[in-house]
Design a protein around this ligand. Structure first.
Ligand SMILES: Cc1cc2nc3c(=O)[nH]c(=O)nc-3n(C[C@H](O)[C@H](O)[C@H](O)COP(=O)(O)OP(=O)(O)OC[C@H]3O[C@@H](n4cnc5c(N)ncnc54)[C@H](O)[C@@H]3O)c2cc1C
Length: 482
């Protein structure tokens, strides 16, 4: 078939769906994006189908670079709209499991913005392509075709309940964590596909604050992380600047250590983290929202590439294929890299079954990096629920990997070369195997080049800002960076 006559349907107009549509428009005549929400808002707006958008969404540099390849200039566009570029580790005061991290020269960066801004900006760019048709306020209800081949989807109008069939040569399910694909495949007579689950029970509690008036210019992000070796529930706090002179503050706790939904105890929870700095910073900041919670945080992975009887004409992309504990910030990078895999494979072949098998293997490879990163760490936390056949989660293998990352993490706090290698891995810019390079191992043997830090590593200018704070506690607890 002439590529111009081929039709693709993408289910879900979140980040993965919109990026998939952008890529497919290069290889198909028309691409229809189906989403049950109203996607017509004239600017960034919260929407029902994206409840996680109320929470902190950092986009690591590896994801930002892929987005710039798919949508040239996107990063600059986001920055112009107010997104912040936070250098890693330079622009973030990080208290990791291994102590305060020196703010060495930038190895990577993150883009910090509201998820609504990020999604809206991507959506506007993708919608500008005339081959992309958006059918919003339309719910996907099932797949058309047979166990051998998916040939389209059944959709229903949210406005009047009218049902329509949309034929397609390719259907991409990007409906996120709540994807109904397993059920839909069962309706076509297929056996259930393998699914793994690693669930720490982590709960997120997020609140927006107005950046206090004593902060002029830029102030770093702040992260307080748990120590996964202490046998206690993992509790964290993150404070990041976003557009509109706001701080987004996310607190989280794994099973047994969850933050409550109560506004009054938000600052108290932050004060009881391994370091109280976030509580001190928000102590006199004006809250702009109530506390919002999310429990949609389990690591969950489907293995379509392993299914003996996967139908042609169907792909999973984004959270519908695999979703991760958000603490690692790997969901959006994985969605972006998955779209890039789709583009790469479609550019080198037709959209036939052999190409699709290559796409599925490529998507599985992308997912695997984030999956292993999150799950080998998460199984340390008390009462983590594991339903997985992944041998890498068996104690011997997981412990060996963690011993390496613990040694690297400890050294990274005080050695720039090792920090750079570690943050490449943390941001998914490099695989874990890159930590075994002679350069890194040599630096590890050579030992620390910098003294341990006893206090948050604020610069003289940042300390001067803190001294202007009305909060005595902040002034007293933040001596100069070492
Ligand atoms: C609390 C929290 C914090 C997070 N923080 C980060 C972070 O810091 N960094 C990061 O990279 N990732 C983070 N993530 C993960 C990130 O949100 C996801 O990886 C990302 O949203 C995946 O995008 P997606 O397009 O696959 O799914 P979604 O963004 O969930 O989009 C799914 C879309 O499908 C639509 N839809 C669903 N069902 C149907 C249907 N039947 N018919 C029609 N439309 C449908 C929805 O309306 C929605 O638009 C976080 C997640 C959570 C829960």
């Amino acid at each position: 078939m002439n590529p111009g006559e081929r039709q693709a349907v993408v289910l879900g107009g979140g980040l993965a769906g919109m990026l998939a549509a952008q890529v497919l428009a290069r290889h198909f005549g028309t691409v229809t994006v189906v989403d049950r929400d109203d996607l017509g808002a004239p600017g960034p707006q919260p929407r029902t189908g994206l409840p996680q958008a109320r929470h902190l969404h950092q986009l690591w540099s590896s994801g930002a670079r892929v987005l710039d390849t798919l949508l040239p200039g996107l990063t600059q566009q986001l920055l112009r709209a107010g997104a912040k570029r936070v250098g890693i580790p330079t622009g973030n005061a990080l208290f990791s499991a291994y102590g305060w991290q020196h703010r060495f020269p930038e190895a990577q960066f993150m883009l910090s913005a509201s998820r609504d801004l990020l999604d809206w900006t991507v959506r506007q760019r993708v919608r500008a392509d005339p081959r992309v048709v958006v059918r919003d306020r339309t719910q996907a209800d099932g797949l058309l075709g047979s166990a051998e081949a998916v040939t389209g989807v059944v959709v229903r109008s949210v406005a009047d309940g009218e049902t329509t069939e949309l034929p397609a040569d390719l259907v991409v399910d990007a409906t996120g964590r709540a994807s109904a694909t397993r059920r839909w495949l069962a309706e076509l007579g297929l056996r259930p596909i393998e699914e793994d689950l690693v669930d720490t029970g982590i709960t997120y509690a997020t609140r927006l604050f107005r950046v206090p008036e004593w902060v002029d210019g830029s102030f770093p992000g702040v992260s307080v992380q748990p120590d996964h070796r202490d046998g206690r529930p993992g509790q964290s706090g993150y404070l990041l600047p976003i557009e509109g002179d706001r701080w987004i503050v996310a607190l989280s706790g794994t099973r047994g250590g969850e933050p409550s939904a109560d506004d009054a105890s938000f600052t108290e929870f932050a004060g009881n983290l391994r370091h109280p700095i976030i509580a001190e910073l928000i102590g006199d900041a004006e809250p702009l929202t109530p506390v919002q919670r999310s429990r949609s945080t389990a690591n969950r992975r489907l293995y379509p590439e392993r299914a003996a009887d996967w139908p042609t004409g169907l792909l999973l992309l984004g959270d519908s294929m695999a979703s991760f504990n958000p603490s690692y910030g790997h969901g959006m990078v994985t969605a972006a890299r998955s779209a890039a895999v789709l583009d790469r494979e479609l550019s080198s072949g037709d959209a036939g079954p052999a190409t699709m098998r290559r796409v599925m293997r490529g998507l599985a490879d992308v997912v695997d990096e984030a999956w292993t990163f999150a799950t080998t760490q998460d199984i340390c936390y008390p009462n983590c629920r594991i339903r997985s056949g992944d041998d890498r989660l068996l104690p011997q293998q997981a412990n060996a990997r963690r011993e390496l990352t613990d040694a690297i993490g400890t050294a990274a706090a005080r050695q720039p070369e090792i920090a750079s290698a570690l943050f490449d891995v943390v941001t998914l810019a490099a695989p874990v195997s890159s930590l075994m390079q002679p350069r890194v191992l040599g630096a590890l043997r050579a030992g620390p080049t910098h003294p341990p830090l006893k206090a948050p590593p604020f610069t003289a200018e940042e300390l001067a800002m803190l001294r202007r704070s009305t909060r005595r506690t902040v002034r007293e607890s933040t001596p100069a960076a070492g």
